[in-house]
Design a protein around this ligand. Structure first.
Ligand SMILES: [Zn+2]
Length: 253
């Protein structure tokens, strides 16, 4: 057995037996790790609120090779992100981000991904009610890009011809992005992408923001992200947190 001390974020947590919790941690140094926090439910002394969802801190994990479930020795919280529990848009957005991260990650650390998830959760934790959709879309597309799946936006995804930045274009999930007029005539199931929507995607992919979405634009972007994610991340299982985020936010506002 060896001890791994690493920065970590709680992506998922559920009660186990009468006293413990099982936690899925995103670690900076060892990808996703599932750990057992013994006694976490009846002794707040040992873990405090550190094993709550979205908390970040320094984890000490006792690692046994060839085990799926490791043992959490301690977790010293540096960021609780209590703001995520104070607004439904923040919470559902953060849940979508953690679901996306868990679906696309393994115990191999993906370069840069920890920082991108950290930034997304930090932004969501303080996002005003009318900016949570933008903050979540930014985090999600930044994750997609960090994993190497960024859609083509400035050249045709099919023939690589440069695209007019001010044009309305077709966006094909299967082709992997925007299409030139010639290629879009054969595209099946493509979405129409107005220039403003293409600008927003460009910002989000680089980790920037595109505030000021109206509800219809926000909905169209949520659908586009879901379709793209399902096409390219190979997720056949239903994206439950994504569905709650997509369906819930506007009605709750
Ligand atoms: Zn083309």
């Amino acid at each position: 057995m060896s001890a791994l001390v690493t920065e970590a974020i709680v992506l998922h947590a559920f009660d186990y037996l009468e006293t413990s919790r099982i936690i899925r941690l995103m670690t900076r140094d060892a990808g996703i790790q599932s750990v057992l926090a013994r006694g976490a439910r009846n002794s707040r002394k040992r873990f405090g609120n550190a094993v709550d969802l979205f908390a970040q801190g320094t984890a000490e994990i006792h690692v046994k090779p060839n085990r799926d479930l490791q043992s959490l020795a301690s977790f010293e919280v540096t960021r609780a992100r209590a703001g995520l529990a104070q607004d439904v848009g923040r919470f559902t957005g953060a849940s979508m981000i953690t679901e996306m991260t868990l679906r696309t990650s393994s115990d191999e650390p993906a370069p840069g991904l920890f920082d991108v998830v950290e930034l997304a959760l930090d932004r969501l934790a303080v996002a005003p009610g009318d900016e949570t959709i933008d903050a979540a879309l930014s985090g999600a597309w930044h994750i997609v890009a960090t994993l190497g799946f960024a859609p083509a936006l400035d050249v045709c995804a099919n023939c690589h011809a440069p695209l007019d930045p001010s044009a309305r274009v077709s966006f094909s999930h299967s082709a992997g992005g925007a299409l030139c007029p010639k290629c879009s005539t054969d595209a099946i199931g493509a979405r129409v992408l107005p220039p403003a929507a293409r600008n927003a995607l460009r910002e989000w992919i680089d980790g920037g923001r595109a505030p000021g979405l109206d509800p219809a634009e926000g909905k169209a972007h949520q659908r586009l992200l879901r379709e793209f994610f399902q096409e390219h991340m190979g997720t056949e299982r239903e994206l439950r947190a994504f569905r709650v985020w997509e369906q819930g936010t506007w009605t709750a506002a």
